[in-house]
Design a protein. Structure first.
Length: 395
């Protein structure tokens, strides 16, 4: 593990944002929050902390296997090998509880070395050992969990019962879950959605017709963006084959083999195949709808850009993302299908009612990336005011 950065002057609070790279959304949320804290001018020293490095500072797993544990998970996502993950999640949670005591000891050493003033977790499953180790090593330092899923996947995924931690929830469903888990009302904080980068708010006006033409696309043809995160997915090949007459932008992330295969597919409508790009917000400005998995990040980005979504829910859907499809239906912002084998029908349905779906996206006002820094500021200030801290503990 890299050396811990030195603490700044005592007047600048040190805030650790804990993430891991499994799936990519946790790191993306941490980066979005880091930028939002800087934008808010809070004057904090923010450190991004990979939990994997805290638990394995000597990089033993990589030296033994040649890869990070997150890499295994990400390769499975790219290949669509997601059946059975619900059962594997239970096994993982059992292993975490079995190894609770050594996990706490290892994390205690890390907290004593790092000495943060506030710890913000953007990951599930490990919140109990992380909080208990922090409380044992640095009493009084507040611990916050920011859900990067729209709702919890009980039991003990995001929201651990009987822990005096702060929980930031991005949906009414998650707030209800936190209350049911016994969290004090003073420790439940409702944001208006998921953390996404401010690039999805700071989008300049564009000439869509001219931009499309520059990219070799038909300026007047309905266009979809197909996106499955930073690693892409082989499902994109099936989608492209079933939509030969639909103009598409296909974003493959770091999956060069997938991009090559997509470029080789015949199509009657124009297409643009992209590798990894940091300009997702720009491409979302150029399209009319989104196709992808119901990941909370990419789905929230699309809705923020007023794009109706087409997502799928079946046995391959990640268990923690299944509620997201219910959220799509409840808010009327898109179409949920059983399989991408029926994506052509979903596109026909969506385009037939595009104004209604687009109007529904206009009703979603996600300001979480601006709200969460203010919530964290309040939590930090409360922890430094003994009277307020005592009142919270009594509650």
């Amino acid at each position: 593990m890299t050396d811990v950065p030195p603490r700044p002057a005592a007047s600048a609070p040190v805030v650790d944002l804990v993430y891991f790279n499994a799936g990519g959304g946790h790191r993306a949320s941490a980066l979005a929050l880091e930028a939002a804290i800087d934008r808010a001018g809070l004057g904090w020293k923010v450190r991004l902390v990979n939990l994997r490095e805290m638990l394995d500072p000597k990089d033993g797993f990589r030296k033994l296997t040649g890869m990070d544990p997150e890499d295994i998970y990400n390769k499975r996502l790219a290949r669509g090998w997601t059946v059975g993950l619900a059962q594997e999640l239970k096994l993982l949670q059992g292993l975490i509880r079995w190894g609770h005591a050594p996990l706490v000891r290892q994390l205690q050493r890390q907290w004593l070395q790092r000495e943060p003033d506030l710890v913000v977790s953007l990951i599930p499953n490990f919140n109990r050992p992380m909080y208990e180790s922090l409380a044992a090593s640095l009493p009084g330092v507040p611990y916050v969990t920011v859900l990067t899923d729209l709702a919890d996947y009980p039991p003990n995924f995001w929201i651990e019962p009987d822990l005096p931690i702060h929980v930031i929830c991005g949906s009414a469903r998650a707030v209800t879950q936190a209350r049911s888990a016994g969290h004090a009302s003073t420790h439940i904080h409702a944001s208006s959605g998921m953390l996404i980068r401010t690039a999805f708010y700071d989008t300049p006006e564009v000439d869509r017709a001219a931009e499309r033409a520059c990219l070799g696309l038909d300026p007047d043809r309905p266009t979809g963006l197909v996106l499955f995160g930073g690693q892409g997915s082989k499902a994109m090949l099936s989608i492209a084959r079933r939509l030969p007459d639909t103009q598409l932008i296909l974003a493959c992330g770091h999956n060069a083999a997938l991009a090559k295969a997509l470029k080789a597919l015949p199509a009657r409508a124009p297409r643009l195949v992209l590798g990894f790009t940091p300009d997702v917000a720009r491409y979302m400005q150029l399209v009319d709808f989104f196709i992808g998995k119901p990941g909370p990040g990419s789905m929230s980005e699309a809705v923020q850009m007023k794009l109706p979504v087409i997502v799928v829910r079946n046995r391959y859907t990640l268990p923690q993302e299944r509620y997201n499809t219910q959220w799509v239906r409840e808010h009327g912002v898109g179409v949920v299908c059983q399989s991408f084998a029926k994506v052509d029908e979903a596109v026909t349905q969506l385009l037939a009612h595009l104004p209604q779906f687009r109007a529904a996206t206009q009703q979603v006002n996600n300001r979480a990336v601006f709200e969460v820094p203010q919530m964290l500021q309040g939590i930090l200030q409360e922890s430094r005011t003994p009277a307020l801290g005592l009142a919270a503990r009594v509650d």
